[in-house]
Design a binder for this molecule. Structure first.
Ligand code: NAD
Length: 490
């Protein structure tokens, strides 16, 4: 393995960013940051709580009502483009921090550079979305009607650990584009890249208080943000259970909510599919980021005539996937985020072994990797859709293969889930592609590919996968609210 120089940022005692100043948690408490690749320490983050959240929300409110509210769309656009340049200049460091902190291989984290460039350029292009337009009206007399789009105010962002270097832009991007301000609570298991990005955003000239970061546990900092009456909107990404708690906590001042939640996405392989593409495509549709992906296509439905061949080939493919330390350029899958997540995934593998046939994987890595949180990518076959491993989100590299006969059956099975985040299908038939992609009840469907995401198109879920759209103009509009002004000209 090549040796990689650890950034100076790592190993520090990190603070919270409140009103442009880095401060420790008011309580003085900290949380140790663990490298999931080897269980070693990467320093500490602040264990923020309600007091820190209150200070951050007040700073965000002051910034929202202050000078920032007078920034023109052009000034905000230039600011986002400066942020773009500074972030891209430091991207190798950010990718390394993300790999050390949450385990994803460097090949994945460095690969986010182009996407990050696109997402920031997209939000830079949206700074004119707010504003005012004269609108025709049908009133008697002579009225001028003006329709404003105003920024909603202070946005509370709460994100999970599986991709903070992606998730943070879904909060900061639209906030900067529309003139909102933000308080972001990253996940306690992976906050470092968010903290470093925030430092760099300060360097790029983001005014004090416009973005604030409070690290800490969900039960302390997260719940305080969800409850705080100074927060106008919550943008949450995470699990269904936490979302339900946040919905209840946010009722006090009827916050606007955006909920991006979990999934148990179907990936359907038809008998006419090109298996040279479908086998690795469907496998990596589950295994990418060690399965810690909300859109993971973890239920693979395979049409009966090719079922056995598919199972044999995905088993072979899975055994060939390189699992290891994310710093090794040869690594395809890194460790899981934590011991807790490893135990959760192992529990599902145990359940699966009792329900279905284990085709590949199932074990932990030993030797040099014994202190990290590694699990082999795992495939179960001989399964059906009602099994626990086919219904519950595992959030680990575990694929469940289920046979089907007809297109109608595949559609029914695909939609028999409480979730509706994403889905995929593999076919050479255009009619099948159109019909099935229409019929899958999910926010995104991929045909002969999996997991691609254009920030200008965006994505979101249906059913228990939540509501609200990330990316595209819908996202920007959700950071604005309409206001009508009627002027009697007589
Ligand atoms: P989680 O719900 O446990 O935690 C997410 C965030 O919520 C963390 O920052 C956590 O600290 C915070 N939190 C926890 N309890 C809280 C509370 N009571 N009040 C306020 N905040 C609280 O989720 P997780 O296990 O960290 O992440 C995995 C989940 O996220 C999976 O279900 C996955 O599918 C989902 N996810 C969804 C998307 C999407 O865009 N749809 C993207 C990534 C992950």
């Amino acid at each position: 393995m090549t040796t990689v120089e650890t950034p100076a940022f790592i190993g520090r005692k990190q603070g919270n960013l409140i009103g442009g100043t880095w401060v420790p948690a008011a309580s003085g408490e900290t949380i140790e940051v663990i490298n999931p690749a080897n269980g070693g320490s990467l320093g500490t983050i602040a264990a923020g709580d309600a007091e820190d959240v209150d200070a951050a929300v007040r700073a965000a409110r002051a910034a929202f009502e202050g000078e920032w509210s007078r920034w023109t769309p052009h000034e905000r656009r230039k600011l986002i483009l400066r942020v773009h340049d500074v972030i891209l200049e430091h991207f190798d460091e950010l990718a390394l921090i993300e790999t050390l902190d949450m385990g994803a291989p460097l090949s994945r984290t460095t690969g986010l550079k182009e996407w990050t460039s696109q997402v920031l350029q997209f939000y830079a292009s949206q700074t004119g979305a707010g504003g005012v337009a004269a609108q025709p009206n049908s009133l008697p007399g002579d009225f001028l009607t003006l329709k404003y789009q105003r920024p909603v105010g202070v946005v509370g962002g709460i994100i999970p650990w599986n991709g903070p270097l992606i998730g943070l832009w879904w909060i900061f991007g639209p906030a900067l584009a529309t003139g909102c301000t933000a308080v972001l609570k990253p996940a306690e298991d992976a906050s470092l890249s968010v903290l470093r990005v925030s430092e760099l955003m300060q360097e790029a000239g983001v005014p004090d208080g416009v973005i604030n970061v409070v690290t800490g546990y969900g039960r302390d900092a997260g719940s305080a943000l969800a409850e705080h009456h100074g927060v106008d909107r919550i943008a949450f990404t995470g699990s269904v259970g936490t979302a339900q708690t946040i919905v209840r906590a946010s009722a006090g001042n009827l916050k606007r909510l955006q909920m991006e939640l979990g999934g148990k996405s179907p990936d359907i392989v038809f008998a006419d599919a090109d298996l040279d593409k479908a086998v690795p495509g469907a496998a990596m549709g589950v295994f990418t980021n060690s399965g810690q992906v909300c859109v993971a296509g973890s239920r693979i439905f395979v049409q009966r005539p090719i079922h056995d061949e598919f199972v044999a080939r995905i088993g072979e493919f899975t055994k060939s996937v390189r699992v290891g330390d994310g710093l090794d350029p040869a690594t395809q899958l890194g460790p899981l985020i934590s011991l807790r997540q490893l135990e959760r995934v192992q529990k599902y593998i145990e359940i699966g072994s009792g329900e279905a046939e284990l085709v590949a994987g199932g074990g932990r890595l030993g030797g040099d990797y014994a202190n990290g949180f590694y699990v082999e990518p795992t495939v179960f076959a001989g399964a059906h859709n009602e099994m626990t491993i086919a219904q519950e989100e595992i959030f680990g590299p575990v694929a469940t293969v289920i046979p089907f006969d007809t297109m109608e059956e595949a559609i029914t099975l695909a939609n028999t889930t409480p979730y509706g985040l994403a889905g995929g299908l593999w076919t050479e038939n255009l009619g099948t592609a159109h019909k099935v992609s229409q019929a899958i009840d999910a926010g995104t469907v991929w045909v002969n590919c999996y997991g691609v995401l254009d920030p200008a198109i965006g994505f979101g879920g249906t059913k228990m996968s939540g509501y609200g759209w990330k990316g595209a103009k819908e996202h920007v509009e959700s950071y604005l609210y309409p206001k009508a002004v009627y002027m009697n000209l007589n």
